[in-house]
Design a protein around this ligand. Structure first.
Ligand SMILES: Cc1cc2nc3c(=O)[nH]c(=O)nc-3n(C[C@H](O)[C@H](O)[C@H](O)COP(=O)(O)O)c2cc1C
Length: 217
């Protein structure tokens, strides 16, 4: 009961800034880059951490955090295991959503779109840039599978470390990137009294122009 009361009283007024239709950039990817630069400048912890929501063919929704590893004019790239639960979802239903929470800046960005795999070359380039420990981890972990123990995982890792001693580690075929191609991007800036600013960009196809509108908070 006391805990419930504490949650009732847990709130913060947002006062850092505002957002208008005329102030944001015409291209939401450019606007995202601007906010991302500001998140980096503010030295937020892991500003590239984003929640990825996926849906199974049957409509079961799940979400988890992944790291944004590239952003270009086509979309948002993250890397993962192609045998994971999220990959199974994306195979049967490529619709997905991302959200960034940059609390210290009182900002949220929401993105919706369709996901496709990046090319093998693009995944290789990123995989080759990773530390050896992470490369071995990608081989050692059958992501999302039930395992007997942490020891078993560590044993896999040790065996791989031995097998690849003094050798370059190739990218596992079951590991690589996805690019989410956005159809909707919304920028949210907290304002006092819950009168927040929301600017949403939508385009009906990848080649159509972006339209931006203000939404009620
Ligand atoms: C800060 C943070 C960053 C993460 N980054 C990634 C990532 O880039 N790729 C990834 O596959 N999992 C990442 N994870 C782990 C995922 O949240 C998740 O546990 C894993 O991908 C399995 O999800 P699934 O079973 O739904 O496929 C990260 C977790 C956290 C908390």
């Amino acid at each position: 009961m006391d805990k419930q009361k504490n949650l009732f009283n847990l709130r913060k007024d947002y006062t850092l800034g505002g957002l208008s239709l005329y102030q944001v950039l015409p291209n939401p990817l450019a606007q995202f880059n601007l906010w991302f630069e500001q998140a980096l400048y503010a030295e937020l912890p892991e500003p590239n951490a984003m929640t990825l929501a996926t849906a199974s063919a049957g409509g079961r929704i799940s979400s988890r955090v992944v790291l944004l590893k590239e952003i270009d004019e086509t979309g948002f790239v993250f890397y993962t295991n192609y045998n994971s639960q999220k990959a199974a979802d994306l195979k049967s239903n490529p619709n997905a959503a991302l959200s960034f929470l940059w609390l210290e800046l009182e900002r949220q960005v929401r993105i919706e779109g369709v996901v496709e795999r990046v090319s093998g070359e693009e995944s290789d380039t990123y995989f080759n840039s990773r530390p050896r420990e992470s490369q071995l981890g990608a081989w050692a972990s059958d992501q999302s599978a039930v395992i007997q123990s942490r020891e078993q995982l560590f044993e896999n890792y040790k065996q791989l470390e031995e097998a690849y001693k003094d050798k370059p580690i190739p990218r596992p075929p079951h590991w690589g990137g996805y690019r989410l191609i956005p159809q909707m991007i919304e920028f949210w800036q907290g304002r006092p009294g819950r009168m927040h600013d929301r600017i949403r960009y939508i385009r009906s196809t990848e080649t159509n122009p972006w339209e931006r509108k203000r939404l009620a908070p």
